[in-house]
Design a protein around this ligand. Structure first.
Ligand code: ZN
Length: 89
């Protein structure tokens, strides 16, 4: 499926787009999303393998102790994860 048509479908269903999933991945893993946001986030994940893979990788790269200590990730981190996923699709 083409990415743009999926984005359109997610919007139609009131769910976040893939770009928003990438954007909110850190908050999601830190449990900072509100319940409603979290539900939508997870509903998107269930229907989108790309984002499942993204979160999986994100979780592995952002080490738990780092999350616990609330050490800010370096600014290039997210783009590196996105880059990694694009190269390995
Ligand atoms: Zn997605």
């Amino acid at each position: 499926m083409i990415r743009s048509s999926r984005t359109w479908m997610m919007k139609l269903m009131g769910l976040p787009t893939c770009e928003e999933i990438e954007q909110f991945a850190y908050s999601y893993l830190e449990e900072e999303l509100q319940l409603e946001q979290k539900r939508k986030f997870e509903r998107h994940l269930r229907g989108c393998r790309n984002c499942q893979r993204f979160i999986h990788t994100y979780r592995q790269v952002a080490r738990p102790e780092r999350l616990l200590q609330k050490i800010p990730l370096d600014p290039c981190f997210e783009s590196r994860v996105v880059q990694y996923l694009r190269e390995n699709h």
